[in-house]
Design a protein around this ligand. Structure first.
Ligand code: FES
Ligand SMILES: [Fe+2]
Length: 361
């Protein structure tokens, strides 16, 4: 089956994608984000409620992301129209007489939004699948266990497609090269045995030892030392790594490259550290992870083309034959299978080109 990028974009609209770190949007804050080529306004009202909507004001298209919260309503900066947390227009200052029909036509196009794992997530298309199922977020209990230390990473923009980033995250053979002075300081370029299997509810899991050198030139730090990696991928792009060190300490990394466009994404990530972790303090671990991720960014942004081809061919799955690429191949094959089961409802296609409603004079 030949897939195209329009189908990929439409399919991902039904999934939950992170668009901001929750703590970055204080009550009363308004900002703009782009998800799957859709520009959104994101607002948090004084009572904590969130609004995600098309960014263009229904009046004359001003970006509502430049607006502000006034008296529990989102106010457009251009002519002061106001919208409540559900997106309903509550005020058109220039109307001498309130006009219910015009107000109704001026409702914002809103999207499902939720807060979990320290992120704000948006789902652009909430239409249930043909079998009635709706998309949910994977369960990662360590991130909701108060005994674990939970650290939010700063969102990292990548000038590369989201699949490039996922493949990088699944890559077990780049540590000794791309991360030669950080994560891979004591890494072996030879591949450890990897156990890759499909998860019963979709996605995949890999179990493997981190490829630590048996006699490194200098003793590795805790974060570079031998550990077991249990890596999970939940389609299309939600990934976790559980690291178990030789002393029993553990870390779980949550990592989601949220697609902004076909060739850019923002990596939202965080870290859960097991109780009594014997190693660098959380702030140092965060700083280390930022350095490692930035090294990955440089690698990803220097690959051609900017996104992994979705169909088998050069640079895509099918030519990645080395054992080190087995996990990336598993991802590509499962992703193609997942995409082939996604059918875009007619309403979705229409909403891709939806514009603010016209108001009759
Ligand atoms: S463009 Fe927003 S109120 Fe006019
Ligand atoms: Fe990496």
């Amino acid at each position: 089956m030949i897939l195209d990028e329009d189908h990929v974009i439409r399919s991902l609209r039904s999934t939950w994608q992170p668009v901001a770190n929750a703590a970055s949007l204080a009550p009363g804050a308004v900002t703009g984000v782009t998800l799957l080529e859709t520009e959104l306004v994101l607002a948090r009202f004084a009572d904590g409620r969130l609004l995600a909507a098309d960014v263009a004001c229904p009046h004359k298209g001003a970006r509502l992301s430049n607006g502000c919260i006034r008296d529990h309503e989102l106010m457009c900066p251009y002519h002061g129209w106001r919208f409540d947390p559900a997106g309903a227009c509550q005020s058109i200052p220039s109307l001498v007489e309130p006009n219910a029909a015009k107000m109704a036509l001026s409702h914002l196009h809103v999207y499902a939004v939720q807060e979990r794992y320290g992120f704000i997530w948006v789902q652009l298309d909430s239409t249930p699948a043909a079998d009635g199922s709706v998309a949910t977020l994977p369960e990662v209990p360590e991130f909701e266990d108060s005994r674990w230390t939970y650290v939010m990473g700063p969102p990292m923009p990548f000038a590369t497609g989201w699949r490039r980033e996922v493949e990088n995250y699944l890559d077990m053979t780049h540590f000794a090269f791309a991360h030669a002075t950080t994560l891979g300081k004591a890494a072996d370029h030879r591949l450890p045995p990897m156990d890759i299997r499909e998860l019963p509810d979709g996605g995949f899991q890999m179990d493997a030892p981190f490829p630590a050198l048996s006699s490194p030139s200098e003793p590795p730090g805790k974060l570079q030392s031998a550990h077991h990696r249990c890596q999970r991928g939940y389609l299309p792009n939600f990934t976790t790594i559980r690291q178990t060190f030789t002393d029993g300490d553990e870390r779980v990394l949550l990592h989601v490259p949220s697609p902004r466009t076909r060739t850019s994404c923002t990596v939202f990530w965080s870290l859960a550290i097991s109780p009594g972790f014997d190693g660098p303090p959380p702030a140092t671990q965060l700083e280390f992870a930022v350095r490692v991720l930035d090294e990955d960014r440089v690698m990803c942004e220097n690959q051609i083309p900017a996104e992994v081809p979705i169909n088998p061919g050069r640079g895509g799955w099918g030519v990645l034959v080395m054992p080190g690429d087995n996990l990336a191949n598993a991802f590509q094959k499962q992703l193609r299978r997942w995409l082939s089961t996604q059918s875009a409802p007619a309403a979705t296609a229409a909403s891709l080109t939806a514009r603010p409603a016209e108001i009759s004079a």
